[in-house]
Design a protein around this ligand. Sequence first.
Ligand SMILES: C[S@@+](CC[C@H](N)C(=O)[O-])C[C@H]1O[C@@H](n2cnc3c(N)ncnc32)[C@H](O)[C@@H]1O
Length: 223
Amino acid sequence: MTAVQRSNQLKLTAWGYELWRRRSTGWLTGGRWSLASELEALRCWSGAGPGQYWLDLGCSTALYARTLASQGARVTAVDLSTAMLAAAARRCRDLSGIDFLCADIEGTGLQRFLAGQGADGIAMGATLNECHQPELALSRAAAALRPGGKLFLMYLKPAGGAGGWLAQLPFRAAGVRFCAPAAVGTQLARCGLTRLQQRSERNWTLELYRKQERSVANPKMST
Ligand SMILES: C[S@@+](CC[C@H](N)C(=O)[O-])C[C@H]1O[C@@H](n2cnc3c(N)ncnc32)[C@H](O)[C@@H]1O
């Protein structure tokens, strides 16, 4: 487990997480996006609704899960951190249609949980940046989707220039992975997913992918 993954196990991190999250989109995009516009993109791009089954992978306090459930989708919110899941459960207590799973999305637990039932969609907000092996997490997510299913991603890219690289250095040391969109796209293409949408502002990126109707056998798990 990386230092950043361990920090998410703390009750204090879980307690304060949403305070940071309400402002982080604005800070990271220089005010061009807000949490409200990010969630609006999730609502519009996902097309989630009644009768659909979604996963929120690396849910923290289940912000994405709540958004998807408010559109009528059934959602399983997944996280490695029991402290985050407890905070998520408190925030979801007045909503129906959300359940919780403690699992490492880079492992095989999610596939066992789904038992062959592919999700209609997956949302992953900044989870890739905290995964030990983001490409493995992408392969696992792709495998958890049904053919035709959608993958909504928000993640942070590597900064350009020496100043940006230096600013990201302490985060890298704590285990944060900054993901290049080209590498994300290549890994997902190997798994049979095509990019439908992309919006980027500074180092912040939102993307939507769709899995081909015909699934790809044995995608290479590049790590
Ligand atoms: C930056 S937070 C993002 C939370 C949320 N998706 C959002 O948009 O606000 C990343 C979350 O992913 C979880 N996480 C990191 N690596 C994980 C893994 N391998 N399996 C499951 N959850 C993981 C962390 O515990 C943390 O709660």
